[in-house]
Design a protein around this ligand. Structure first.
Ligand SMILES: [Zn+2]
Length: 360
């Protein structure tokens, strides 16, 4: 077992030592399928506040895993650092960062406002193109601005992660691209300071709204695209159960409302209503069990509008997924209980908590 002092001595992601770390209560059940031996049923967790990586939680044993050379060679710690920082500046619930396989472990009650996330799952959010990195940099700058015209200080020593950059050169490139597009203005630096102040322009705020429009109506119902038909009453009943016991409680616990495409047959009039519901939704959930064309179509329509899509699929049907969505990171489930739990974590982790209080 690592000592607590050792785990808390530096940020296990970027290795900085000018951090705040405090222990938090946790009981981590032994996970026999884990690929790591550094895990016991007595592991405790640490809440980190790192100037570069922001706020997150890792268990003491996972701190050892995160700092180990073979693991650091597999994952890019700079990417993890950026993604954790993005979560912090967006004021989404902090991540409980885990290494190992996906099954959740640890005591997390709803009130903790922490989201389990596996390192590999987190890394899938890495912006793949330069354009996407520039857009997400702008979103970070907006998130740090308290109001229009607010000056945000970018510290050269710790703020490369805000620009999804591997080094200072890349950070400057992303920032310059925003300046060239007149989305951000750079203020004259203080003499002798290596920090710079930036201001998001009105054009920058408008661009941010365009980028996040799909999420902007969080009061509206989440659209659930799934097939409610089936050849037998049992099949139809099973899908109805999936919706009522797997999806609705997860959506409501996360603070949203759900609406279903409650129509077995699509016709033109109904399609207009469905497309309108998708347009207004803060995000959509597409369950690909039974692989109906309508579900693929609705997911594609939402993605085209820049609305987030959460993919779910029953485990025995995952192998049949069509090529274009087979590579997406599906929430894979066997039982409605499992779907509910995993879906809740996915919603809170990728979208954030919604505006409605969770049901008692
Ligand atoms: Zn760090």
């Amino acid at each position: 077992m690592p000592s607590r002092t050792e785990a808390m001595s530096c940020c296990p992601v970027c290795m900085r030592d000018d951090i705040n770390a405090r222990p938090i209560e946790s009981a981590v059940p032994y996970n026999s399928a884990s690929m790591f031996e550094n895990r016991t049923n007595k592991d405790s967790a640490v809440f980190f506040n790192c100037p570069a990586c922001g706020e997150y939680v890792a268990t003491e044993c996972d701190c050892v895993n995160l700092k180990s050379d073979p693991i650091r060679a597999e994952w890019d710690p700079l990417h993890i650092s950026s993604l954790l920082r993005e979560q912090t500046v967006s004021q989404l619930p902090s991540f409980w960062l885990r290494t190992g396989i996906m099954e959740p472990y640890g005591s997390l009650n709803w009130a903790d406002r922490l989201v389990h996330i596996d390192v590999n799952e987190l890394l899938q959010r890495w912006p793949r193109t330069v354009g996407e990195r520039i857009d997400r940099t702008l979103c970070n700058f907006v998130a740090l601005s308290h109001h229009g015209g607010d000056r945000v200080t970018i510290r050269s020593s710790v703020d490369n992660p805000l620009a999804f950059a591997q080094n200072i050169g890349e950070a400057i490139f992303h920032r310059s691209a925003l300046v060239d597009s007149q989305l951000v203005e750079v203020m004259p630096p203080e003499p002798g300071s290596s920090n710079i102040d930036i201001v998001v322009t009105s054009k920058g705020w408008a661009r941010f709204e365009d980028l996040t429009r799909g999420k902007s109506d969080e009061q509206n119902p989440v659209f659930v695209a799934m097939w409610f038909g089936g050849e037998s009453d049992t099949q139809r009943q099973a899908m109805d159960d999936t919706f009522k016991r797997g999806i609705v409680p997860a959506v409501e616990q996360a603070g949203y409302r759900a609406v279903r495409s409650d129509l077995v047959e699509h016709n033109d009039w109904i399609m207009d209503k469905i497309l309108g519901d998708i347009r207004r939704a803060p995000f959509i959930i597409s369950d690909f069990t039974q692989h109906r064309n309508g579900v693929y179509y609705e997911a594609g329509f939402a993605r085209g509008l820049g609305i987030s899509v959460i993919h779910t699929c029953r485990s025995d049907e995952l192998g049949n997924a069509h090529f274009d969505t087979a590579q997406m990171n599906h929430v894979v489930w066997e039982s409605t209980e499992e779907l509910c739990k995993k879906l809740y974590h996915r919603i809170v982790g990728s979208i954030g908590l919604g505006p409605y209080p969770p049901p008692k």
